[in-house]
Design a protein around this ligand. Structure first.
Ligand code: ADP
Ligand code: MN
Ligand code: MN
Ligand code: MN
Length: 339
């Protein structure tokens, strides 16, 4: 009797932000690696990925994660969507277009809100607003974080660790009901895969609490922080050679490609990148040492270490697709000669 549960998950064809989808396949043997997971199919006409007349799409497994929701005999299988010919990537398959560099290291800081059933953030009153921002960031106590939020973020952390995802940390964020997790990985594709699986795990966990995850970058206008997904990155050259001259050329390339970066950094970012709430305006590009109002923040350690280390692009937002964000960063870096 097959007893191993494989949850095949993939990104659907909705725009501008795809949804995560998943269905279960039973297997009689436990997969040792992703290569042991067969291709599978689904009805693309129900996910905006095909017409009803020719609805088959294929799922190509690309990542295998232990599934601690279901225990020892279960796995989450991250998949790419493939056309009916079994080879061609589906147009919605952004992973297939990623610029991968195993020597590029990425650390994404995923921010999000937890929303109650009434469409308001967790811990907010039924009407009106909670106390203004100030004490919520990294806060403690019922007044600051509400009742079940801590339980959710702790469980999410444990489920992700059990899945082998390299969390670097979690924290309560500036707005009430807003949280962040950080994921680091060596390799752009690996880090982006892990972000999507961590998003999936959070959504699935929150079902049990009748809570929704609001990924939008600015769920509330007014004096409330939006949600970003800061992209910390370093290449081998930036870590080992660096130098001020190279850094300045790199920043010139980022400035030149400003609009291309914004296009890849998530929808509705004009609502969030206003120049307030620790952001630079969407129509400006600048960098600054330790400056949280800059497009790119340069850590003190980077300058002290002769312009070697990592940089933080603060513009990507919480709904951004990490495949597209990491690819854009690497494309711009590739334009700058290293000699
Ligand atoms: P802050 O909130 O101060 O901006 P965080 O601690 O939330 O910073 O996130 C910083 C991120 O930078 C972490 O996720 C970490 O993994 C990442 N990071 C650290 N060193 C490197 C590096 N060399 N290359 C890429 N990312 C890095
Ligand atoms: Mn952070
Ligand atoms: Mn943050
Ligand atoms: Mn940051």
């Amino acid at each position: 009797m097959p007893k191993y549960k494989l949850e095949y998950i993939w990104l659907d064809g909705y725009t501008p932000v795809p949804n995560l989808r998943g269905k279960t396949r039973l297997a009689s043997e436990a997969p040792k690696s992703v290569d042991d997971c067969p291709m599978w199919g689904f009805d693309g006409s129900s996910t905006k990925q095909a017409d009803g007349g020719s609805s088959d799409c294929f799922l190509k497994p690309v990542g295998l994660y232990p599934d601690a929701f279901r225990g020892d005999d279960a796995f989450i299988v991250l998949c790419e969507v493939i056309m009916p010919d079994g080879e061609t990537p589906h147009p919605s398959n952004m992973r297939a277009t990623i610029v991968d560099d195993p020597d590029a290291w990425f650390g994404f800081e995923q921010e999000y809100f937890l929303f109650q059933k009434n469409g308001r953030p967790l811990g907010w009153p039924e009407v009106g607003y909670p106390a203004p921002q100030g004490e919520y960031y990294t806060g403690v106590g019922f007044r600051n974080v509400g009742k079940v939020a801590r339980e959710i973020v702790e469980k999410h952390l444990d489920l992700c660790l059990a899945a082998g995802i390299n969390h670097e940390g979690i924290n309560a964020e500036v707005a009430k009901g807003q949280w962040e997790f950080q994921i680091f990985a060596k390799g752009s594709a690996k880090c982006a895969d892990d972000i999507w699986v961590a998003r999936y795990i959070l959504l699935r966990l929150c079902e049990q609490y009748e809570i929704d995850v609001e990924w939008h970058c600015k769920p509330f206008l007014g004096d409330w922080n939006g949600s970003g997904m800061h992209c910390n990155f370093s290449t081998k050259h930036l870590r080992e050679v660096g130098g001020k001259e190279y850094f300045l050329k790199l920043m010139d390339a980022f400035e030149k490609n400003k609009d291309e970066h914004i296009a890849a950094y998530g929808p509705d970012n004009h609502l969030r990148l206003t120049g307030l709430h620790e952001t630079q305006s969407i129509d400006k590009f600048n960098w600054g040492v330790a400056d949280r109002g800059a497009s790119i923040r340069v850590p003190h350690s980077f300058v002290k270490n002769d312009y070697k280390g990592y940089l933080e692009d603060r513009r990507p937002n919480s709904q951004g697709d990490p495949y597209q964000i990491a690819s854009r960063v690497l494309k711009t870096i590739a334009e700058v000669p290293t000699t």
